[in-house]
Design a protein around this ligand. Structure first.
Ligand code: GTP
Ligand code: MG
Length: 350
């Protein structure tokens, strides 16, 4: 009060005032800025360990990676039973797509990544949510620069790699040539005594689709992917955008826990209450999404970046505080020019 502030013992005071008081009174107190509050809260959430008895099997998240035009979207289309390729401008995937399919009681989540070079980082981030990478290699082209990139992303993510040797229907293709190339990249086919499954596929003629699915399910079974559906959700934003009257639409993938309409979220610099969620395949509204489920989510105040992690918090004011601390942090970083964060919008402009 001596400093001209009408406060009582329970009032919040700003950082500068607290610092001033501490120095004046020679106090050795711990000052908690918003950033450390964030660290504490998030670490607390992340570190909740799931007891083994709370864990149940979750669908594998399978990501398609590979050189542009080698057939990633076509393969996914065939497996999911839709036709996205036809609707794509110039046939080039510009969005990350994620769909969960039921597959006779053995659900699998597929993620399709843009194959264009400008999307390298998003693809790298896409690999982080991935359990299994399907490396798509067109049999006529063989290993190309972005195939090599994809191999290094998948290796960095330390996930099993399955090769879809695609376009096997084309005349004159030489599977052995591609398998030799793969071996040179330390991906030795199992039929040559290595540990990489190679599935010969044709997305256009539907060859090898069953075998590809079975190979993926076998790997999933061996790895026993599991999660605890009874905790509050955490996961990753794949991409997001501002969509006119729908507001911010964020494509998220739940990694653990169950995300529900009404939950309070913080995701990168964004926060808000989940207003609605939609199935990414059918567009149907859903009220909750368990582990490995991709959703389109509405209710955030601003579009989070591709690769931003999300957490559910109990309190909207906590969420606001963390989000604004991050926003401050990222604008400070971009002012000093050291930020490497790339938003989805800037990817589209590239
Ligand atoms: P980006 O998203 O641009 O990286 O391409 P992509 O890898 O998703 O390839 P996409 O599925 O768009 O296929 C590229 C072209 O190859 C399309 O014209 C497909 O019809 C064709 N294609 C895909 N799979 C096959 C196949 O198995 N056989 C043949 N003959 N053509 C295929
Ligand atoms: Mg594509």
């Amino acid at each position: 009060m001596g400093m001209g502030m009408m406060v009582n013992i329970n009032a919040d005071i700003d950082f500068e005032t607290a610092e001033l008081l501490a120095t004046e009174h020679d106090l050795d107190i711990e000052l908690k800025a918003a950033e450390s509050l964030e660290q504490e809260l998030i670490t607390e959430i992340e570190e909740i360990e799931d007891k083994p008895e709370t864990l149940i099997a979750r669908p594998p998240v399978v990501t398609f990676l590979g050189h542009v035009d080698h057939g990633k979207t076509s393969l996914l289309d065939h497996l999911v039973g839709i036709n996205v390729v036809k609707g794509e401008a110039g046939g080039i995937t510009q969005h990350i797509r994620a769909y969960k399919i039921d597959n006779n009681g053995h659900p699998v989540t597929f993620v399709d990544t843009p194959g264009h070079e400008a999307f390298t980082e998003m693809r790298a981030r896409g690999a982080n949510v991935t359990d299994i990478a399907v490396l798509v290699v067109a049999a006529d082209d063989g290993i190309m620069p972005q195939t090599e990139e994809a191999i290094s992303h998948a290796k960095a993510a330390e996930v099993p790699i399955v090769v879809a040797l695609n376009k096997i229907d084309l005349e004159g293709v030489d599977a052995n040539r591609v398998m030799t190339q793969l071996t040179e990249h330390q991906l030795t086919p199992s039929e040559w005594g290595g540990d990489v499954e190679i599935v010969r596929t044709s997305a256009t003629q539907g060859i090898g689709m069953e075998e590809l699915l079975e190979t993926l399910l076998t790997i999933a079974e061996l790895n026993e992917y599991s999660a605890n559906p009874d905790r509050s959700a955490l996961g990753v934003c794949l991409e997001s955008e501002q969509q006119g009257d729908r507001g911010v639409v964020a494509k998220m993938i739940v990694q653990n826990g169950t995300l529900r309409v009404g939950d309070i979220l913080v995701c990168g610099p964004a926060h808000g209450r989940v207003r609605a969620m939609q199935d990414t395949l059918t567009g149907k509204p859903i009220l909750e999404a368990g582990p490995s489920t991709p959703v389109s989510l509405m209710g955030l105040d601003t579009p989070p970046g591709a690769g931003d992690r999300f957490h559910v918090l109990k309190d909207i004011s906590q969420a606001r505080e963390i989000a604004s601390a991050r926003e401050g942090e990222s604008s400070r970083q971009s002012l000093s020019g050291i930020t490497t964060k790339v938003s989805f919008d800037s990817f589209q402009e590239m």
